[in-house]
Design a protein. Structure first.
Length: 292
């Protein structure tokens, strides 16, 4: 068997030509296309990596912003809760104060009304008692009662000061008002009613003898004799009748009055009764229950 070197050489030449043609016509564009696609793919991957990085950065920023918002929300909720609690306490305190003020005002109004009603009832009862006493004492103006009042008049005249005697007899034409003791008790009130300036007494130097009923000649003589012995100088005497006295003998001059009658005694009792301390009201202040 012989080898055809010329055939082998031509075949090798054909292969070389084919390789050269392929490298010139096919391989270079294909490799360029592949390289271009690889570069495009790499650029796409790089862009994707950049986008992923940016997405991570934005996600971290959003997470941080969300954390800040959550912290601010928590702080705002806590502050709002504290403000609402403080406002609630203040509102409750104001409501309690207003309720206490209303209760105190209502209690004061009830107390005032109760005291006024009690005073009115007391005054009415006192007036009724005085009227009943006056009605019971009116028929008792007899000789024995007159003698008792005459003796009491004698005692009161003996206890007068010199200044009061001069005012009673008219020796002091411009006698100042007799200083009355404070009526803090029934005795002080009685003294005040016994010795007082007679604003309605006659203006002339005459001593009026006031009785509840007309005196007999004997009773008038006894009174004149008593006054003559006790008063010096003795002014002119004038007998007058005043049924409102109920019973008794009173002396009135231009500047002084010596009360000595059942009417004055009842007035003393009335004033002493009015001066008595008022018993504590049934609606005494109660301890206010504070709302907690």
């Amino acid at each position: 068997m012989t080898i055809d070197w010329w055939g082998i050489g031509l075949q090798a030449l054909n292969v070389l030509i084919l390789i050269w043609l392929l490298s010139r016509v096919l391989w270079k564009p294909v490799s360029q296309a592949i390289e271009q696609r690889r570069a495009t793919a790499q650029a796409t991957l790089d862009a994707a990596d950049d986008a992923h990085t940016e997405a991570d950065r934005r996600l971290a920023s959003l997470n941080a912003a969300h954390a800040n918002i959550a912290a601010e929300r928590s702080a705002l909720l806590k502050e709002s809760s504290l403000k609402a609690e403080a406002q609630g306490r203040e509102t409750l305190t104001q409501a309690r104060q207003q309720a206490e003020a209303l209760l105190s005002s209502a209690h004061d109004a009830i107390t005032r009304e109760s005291d006024l009603t009690r005073q009115q009832d007391t005054q009415h009862a006192l007036s009724l008692a005085v009227a009943i006493a006056a009605r019971l004492l009116a028929p008792l103006d007899n000789a024995a009662v007159h003698a008792a009042f005459r003796e009491r008049l004698h005692h009161k005249i003996t206890t007068l000061t010199r200044h009061e005697r001069d005012a009673l007899t008219g020796a002091l034409q411009h006698a100042p008002a007799a200083k009355q003791p404070p009526a803090h008790s029934a005795r002080g009130a009685e003294a005040a009613m016994t010795r007082e300036i007679a604003d309605t007494a006659p203006s002339d130097n005459v001593l009026s003898i006031i009785t509840a009923a007309q005196l007999s000649a004997t009773q008038q003589a006894e009174l004149k004799d008593l006054l003559t012995r006790e008063l010096d100088p003795l002014p002119g005497l004038r007998f007058e009748v005043e049924p409102a006295l109920l019973g008794g003998v009173e002396l009135r001059s231009a500047h002084f009055a010596l009360n000595n009658s059942w009417q004055s005694d009842l007035s003393v009792l009335a004033k002493a009764f009015e001066a008595m301390p008022t018993p504590p009201s049934a609606s005494s202040p109660r301890e206010t229950q504070h709302v907690s």
